[in-house]
Design a protein around this ligand. Structure first.
Ligand SMILES: [Zn+2]
Length: 65
């Protein structure tokens, strides 16, 4: 898993797995899937922005334009 503030090794959709500290915040599944580009830092929780852990989910969706 990756932590908030770590640099992403690959571009893709990442899943917010859990917060670093106990919290009542419970993001919806949709909210937990976030695109991160290679070289960017992992963000905090998509809802409360607290630090947390991420794991790679799938390749980034192709743009249709
Ligand atoms: Zn949160």
């Amino acid at each position: 898993m990756y932590e908030t503030g770590e640099t992403a090794p690959h571009t893709g959709i990442y899943l917010f797995v859990r917060h670093q500290y106990e919290t009542r915040c419970q993001p919806e599944q949709e909210e937990k899937e976030v695109p991160v580009d290679e070289g960017d830092k992992f963000p905090g929780c998509p809802v409360c922005e607290e630090d947390g852990f991420w794991r790679y989910l799938r390749a980034k969706d192709k743009k249709t334009d």
